[in-house]
Each structure stands twice: as structure tokens, then as C-alpha cells.
Write a protein that binds this ligand. Structure first.
Ligand code: NAI
Length: 357
């Protein structure tokens, strides 16, 4: 693996490796781009099989955070932390305090919080060591469960997609196939049901699938069926890589909009969707509610203000759809152009000399 080549290819600024002798902490922090401000991104804890796999994940996820904050108007760059370990076995106070000390050592260049395998309570352990953590429980002044704002943003994003494709502003009677009924998926289903949508749902956890479908009166299908089921909208809220060469031809919907990160297996899959006439809401825009909430914490969390910022997601999507229509390009490419334009503008601003106070 040639790390410098990989960093150069995707535009990464910095990759750091941390090891604590006592706690056996092994962590990687990748900072992708800090044009907009300090890098903001969660810390994932996962038992990667190889070091290479962990590094690749840090690189991929940190770039995603640049795009996410860049698109949603946050004044933060993109970064991501990786703790190489088993979240069910290797966690304790010492591990997160050690991690907190390393983060503090970066002096604010990186601010972190929860991701897959980490929870708000883990970052409470970091608090004696660092001020650069967010996504804390509400009793610590944090925004609490990020999935609340994420689900709200996805719901609003779906409304924007429906307006673009069907020219209507409501979901009454429209069918939505929801894949994954976890923290985000279930809350999204509640919003959709309240708006009068017809729900078709699936989750690999059978008990969860049954519980949610009976509570919300949704049609339950198997995880293998959910992708192919006929519906106006397909909403992926489980794992990444779900939109690929194999799955895209099977889709039976007009819109794809959901919270899952990294839905496209590769950028060409956005073209496949475009060619099939399926409107794809770029994941990092439609699922930005969570990062909007944690970024708001850094100004002293104000739930009303955070909610209003999330309500901007439909406007961002409409802009992406307009670029896509006018330039005849897929929505992923259009979103990328929108973010690049913002980064360019901010870089140019830095050419204006402001004397230090
Ligand atoms: P979660 O872990 O609470 O829920 C995921 C659910 O998907 C679980 O119930 C799981 O059993 C199910 N699942 C996994 N593979 C499946 C499959 N093949 N078919 C059907 N169901 C499957 O996670 P959460 O927090 O709800 O996040 C969902 C997605 O949204 C993830 O990709 C996450 O990275 C992304 N996301 C979450 C944010 C948040 O605020 N929680 C913010 C932005 C993105």
C-alpha cells in the first residue's frame, strides 16, 4: 500500500497513527480537508481484519465528511477517527481517555464524536482529557441521539425528491420501501407514516422487523426482497455499497433517498441510476442532519436552531437536481460540483488579508 499516493489521489492532508502502551489503543485519524475549518467527523470502532482495511476506511470516511460538511453549510472540514478494536470487548474508560489525550494533542484540528461502534457515553470518558468531542448526551450539553435529526432530514429530503419527480408536495398514498429499521430507519418510518405514506419494510433482525411493522402497520418483506419490491421510493437505511452493478438493474422505484452512508459502491453507479431515470439523493446531503446537530453543539446546542438548519436540506437537494438537469450529469457529480465551488470560494476569501488582533 502506497499511502502517500492514496492521499494524493483523494486529496487528504494528514493521516496519523496513535498507540497507547498501557491500554493497547490502536487508532488512526485521517484529516481530509480543512479549508472550511477544523476537521469534524465521528470515530468508528471496528475489529478490522487488517491494518490496510482500517486505513482505507479512515481515508474513505474522512473524505465523505468533507463533502458532508461542505454541502450542508457547516464551517468544518472533513476528518474521521478509527479505533481498531472490538466494541463489544475492548472498550473501557482508560481506552477512551487515552484516545481523548491524543485528540487534545491535535489542539482542535480534529473534533470527534460517535460513529459505528461508539456511543455518546464513550465520549463522556474522553471529557477529562479533551474539549474536542461532540455528540455528547444532553445532560452534558450535547445534542444527544443524532438519529433524530438524521431521520428528520431524510424525511424532508424525500419530500424534495417527490416534488422533483412527481411534481407534488405530499406523500399521501405514496409507497416507500425502507431497508433497515434501526435508529434512523424506524424514526423515518414514523415521519413517513404521519405523512400518509404506505410503508414496506425489512430488517435483517427479524424481531426488530416484526416489531416495527406491526407498530406502524407496514408491509413486512424479507431483506432480499426489499430492493426489488415495487415502490415509489426506495430508502436505504442500513449498510453502505447497496447501490451497485448487481442491485441497480433490480430496483423497482423512481427515487432512492436514505440515510445509509456510502450507498454507491463506486461513482459509476450514480450514472447507472441516472441512465435508468431513477432520482438519487446523494447520501451525504440527505443524511447530514446528524452532523448539522453535532456542529451546532460547538456553538452551545440549540435544538430549534439545529432543526432549522436541517430544514435547509431540501433546498440543497433542489440545487443539486437543478445542476443535474441543466448540465445533464448525475446527481452525485452535481453535488460534488456544488461542494467544490464552495471550497474554492472559501479558499479565495483567505486571500483577503485580515490583520491579527
Ligand atoms: P443502526 O445500526 O441503528 O440500524 C441499522 C439497521 O439496519 C439495523 O437494525 C440492522 O439490523 C439493519 N440492517 C443491516 N443490514 C441490513 C440489510 N442487509 N437489510 C436490512 N436491514 C439491515 O444504524 P443507524 O444509526 O440507524 O444508521 C443507519 C445508516 O445510516 C448507517 O449506514 C449509518 O452509517 C447512516 N447514518 C446514520 C446517522 C445517525 O445519525 N445515526 C447519520 C448519518 C448516516
Amino acid at each position: 500500500m502506497d499511502l502517500f499516493d492514496m492521499m494524493a489521489r483523494e486529496g487528504h492532508e494528514q493521516v496519523m497513527f496513535f498507540r497507547d502502551k498501557a491500554k493497547k489503543l490502536k487508532a488512526i485519524i485521517a484529516l481530509h480537508d480543512t479549508t472550511l475549518g477544523p476537521a469534524l467527523g465521528g470515530t468508528r470502532m471496528f475489529p478490522y481484519k487488517t491494518e490496510e482495511e482500517a486505513i482505507l476506511d479512515a481515508l474513505r470516511l474522512s473524505k465523505g465528511m468533507t463533502l458532508k460538511s461542505g454541502a450542508c453549510g457547516n464551517h468544518f472540514g472533513g476528518g474521521k477517527g478509527i479505533i481498531w478494536g472490538d466494541p463489544d470487548r475492548d472498550k473501557d474508560e482508560g481506552l477512551f481517555r487515552a484516545y481523548g489525550r491524543f485528540i487534545e494533542g491535535l489542539n482542535g484540528r480534529f473534533i470527534t464524536g460517535t460513529d459505528v461502534g461508539t456511543y455518546p457515553a464513550d465520549f463522556v470518558h474522553c471529557l477529562p482529557e479533551t474539549q474536542y468531542v461532540v455528540g455528547l448526551p444532553s445532560e452534558y450539553g450535547g445534542s444527544g441521539d443524532t438519529s433524530v435529526l438524521t431521520a428528520y432530514g431524510v424525511f424532508l429530503g424525500i419530500l424534495a425528491c417527490v416534488e422533483e419527480v412527481f411534481g407534488r408536495r405530499d406523500l399521501q398514498g405514496m409507497s416507500v420501501a425502507v431497508q433497515g429499521l434501526g435508529k434512523v430507519g424506524k424514526k423515518l418510518c414514523v415521519h413517513l407514516k404521519e405523512a400518509g405514506a404506505r410503508l414496506i419494510v425489512a430488517d435483517i433482525k427479524d424481531s426488530r422487523a416484526r416489531e416495527v411493522s406491526s407498530e406502524l402497520g407496514a408491509t413486512l418483506v424479507s431483506p432480499s426482497e426489499i430492493l426489488e419490491v415495487e415502490a415509489d421510493i426506495f430508502s436505504p437505511n442500513a449498510m453502505g455499497g447497496i447501490l451497485n452493478e448487481e442491485t441497480i438493474p433490480k430496483l423497482n422505484c423512481r427515487i432512492v433517498a436514505g440515510a445509509a452512508n456510502n450507498q454507491l459502491a463506486n461513482p459509476y453507479d450514480a450514472i447507472r441510476l441516472f441512465q435508468r431515470g431513477i432520482l438519487y439523493a446523494p447520501d451525504y446531503i440527505v443524511n447530514a442532519g446528524g452532523v448539522i446537530g453535532v456542529a451546532d453543539e460547538l456553538e452551545g446546542y440549540n435544538p430549534e436552531r439545529a432543526r432549522r438548519k436541517v430544514e435547509n436540506i431540501p433546498l440543497l437537494l433542489k440545487k443539486v437536481f437543478r445542476i443535474s438537469r441543466e448540465e445533464g450529469i448525475d446527481t452525485e457529480k452535481a453535488a460534488g460540483r456544488m461542494v467544490e465551488a464552495r471550497l474554492r470560494e472559501v479558499l479565495q476569501l483567505k486571500g483577503i488579508y485580515v490583520p491579527e488582533r
